[in-house]
Write a protein that binds this ligand. Structure first.
Ligand code: ASC
Length: 150
């Protein structure tokens, strides 16, 4: 049991350390990585949206699991906007690098809303999930509007 907890601690520490340590051999690998992280995030965010909007039956356990995954994924893309990743198979706008403080602010805002969404999902009631979902979706959209080509 003790060893299980120790292992869980190690895995958690690794999960938290991954974004900062993500290394990419080529810019296109970084682009693929950040797109993949957004795709996985969107898949799980979409499941929460379906529940929040009444398109899927509310299930507290499924909501909590999906919100946890969204929270983990929300930490990942940021390490993948390095040098040379402004060109290639990407819809990223030049403003990401030209207005990097503004981009970071939007990224931080999204992660903060996702933390709230995760707390709400773990509270186990649909009203809390509904209340947190809208602002979280708006924080995704704000970044798309300013920093992503259509
Ligand atoms: C989603 C999804 C996004 C956001 C955004 C909210 O479900 O994939 O990127 O919500 O569309 O406006």
């Amino acid at each position: 049991m003790k060893r299980t907890f120790a292992l869980m601690g190690t895995l958690l520490a690794l999960t938290l350390a991954i974004p900062a340590q993500a290394q990419f051999a080529k810019p296109e690998d970084a682009i693929k990585y950040r797109k993949a992280s957004y795709s996985v995030m969107a898949a799980h965010f979409g499941r929460l949206g379906a529940m929040a909007n009444g398109r899927a039956p509310y299930d507290a356990k499924i909501a909590a699991e999906n919100a946890e995954l969204v929270a983990v994924m929300s930490k990942l893309p940021w390490a993948a906007y390095g040098e040379g990743t402004d060109k290639g198979d990407t819809r990223a706008k030049p403003e990401i690098w030209k207005e990097s403080a503004k981009f970071k602010e939007a990224a931080d805002k999204m992660q903060a809303e996702i933390v709230k969404l995760n707390v709400a999902a773990k509270a186990g009631n649909l009203d809390a999930l509904k209340a947190a979902f809208g602002p979280a979706a708006a924080s995704c959209k704000a970044c798309h509007d300013n920093f992503r080509k259509d």
